[in-house]
Design a protein around this ligand. Sequence first.
Ligand code: IDC
Length: 434
Amino acid sequence: MKTKCLLFSSLSILILTCCGTSGSTYAENPAAGSSTAAVQEADSLPEDSQASGRESLEAPPSGSSASDTASQEHPGATDTASLPAADAAGSSPDTAADTNAASGTADGASGAADHTLPHPGQAPAPGSDQAETFTALHGALAVDGSDLVDQNGDSVRLYGMSTHGITWFPQYVNYDTFRTLRDDWNTNCVRLALYTAEYNGYSTGGSQEELKSLVKDGIDYATDLGMYVIVDWHILSDQDPNVHKEDAIGFFREISSLYKDYTNVIYEICNEPNGYATWDSVKSYAGEVIPVIRENDEDAVILVGTPMWCQNIDQAADSPLEFDNVMYTLHFYAATHTDELRSRLENAVDAGLPVFVSEFGMCDASGNGGNNFEQAEKWMELLDKYNISFICWNLANKAETSSVLKSGCEKISDWTEDELSESGLWIRERFKMF
Ligand code: IDC
């Protein structure tokens, strides 16, 4: 571990010295992924929803016209404007991703060096910090009817931030980042978004070893801080999780074997099935991936995405999986999704479906455009009513509405209010109400 940290630290210093970069300059590599992904996405959508990939149910409100949304959805222009420093330095896309991952791990090394606390699988020492943490209090979670319950059978609610893609923004997979989210933002859970297909994703050219190492670091930091952690297999432009099923199986087999004794790890086996992916194809995928996790960890909580970017939750309610401790994900973006998706959620929960909102934004479904806090508030009231867990997109300093840090902010922890975006200020206040 020490050798690894040293190696990454030196790499990081080298990169910082050569490129004079950090933070937002990691942002995008238009050639490698996201703009192409957005185009493919738009191409494969039904005509009526081509304006913005993930809106489907409802058009964006005034002030966020379809054409606005379409251009936001197609991040090519912005991406080019924020070319990564690695590109500026002439590196190939692959090199850029690798160096980013390496420097992120180096950033994380400050936390890794302190890994002396017991893991949740072990009994915390009486009087230690760990004895007081959220995971120490709640232990192994389970699904009971539509509820998420703790080790005592009491209803429990998780809430926190999702990272942006960890390939883009590895620097936030960091002990101090998560500590700030726990102590200053009052959150109890963090989601690690591991893209499969975008920007040198896990299944499209990214360094699988580097990415797994980042995921493991993230789990370790969350564990040491007594937080729950969601390992998110972030399919998106690949649409159907079966496309990279073999990679998913290998990945979840390895991670669940390493963390089988931990009680704070939650597996999200597919982010957002979309396009041609049907609930039957998701069920078939889940039928192969869940047993792989269960072989190692009999009762970890597992989250399963639903079709149409996690909006067709009704299909899961009509035909749930036959596994215990599974929850189904619904995602909303408040400036796009309103009453219709809310009533779909209510119907599903009323029918007994356990639902977890593993991703949402206050802005529109492109991750950009204006925030709609009035709609976001309505969503929060509904989630409160049903005690539904919720994770906000995204922890990064990208110049897009959904990023909770201002794009000029290079700090990875201990942010002041001045350094938070409008979204960041709002959601932090929301978390602090608990
Ligand atoms: C968006 C990011 C954006 C990135 C893009 C890649 O915010 O910076 O360029 O992905 O395609 C989702 C997805 C999530 C999206 C987000 C906003 O799960 O990956 O992130 N969104 O578009 N579903 C609905 C919205």
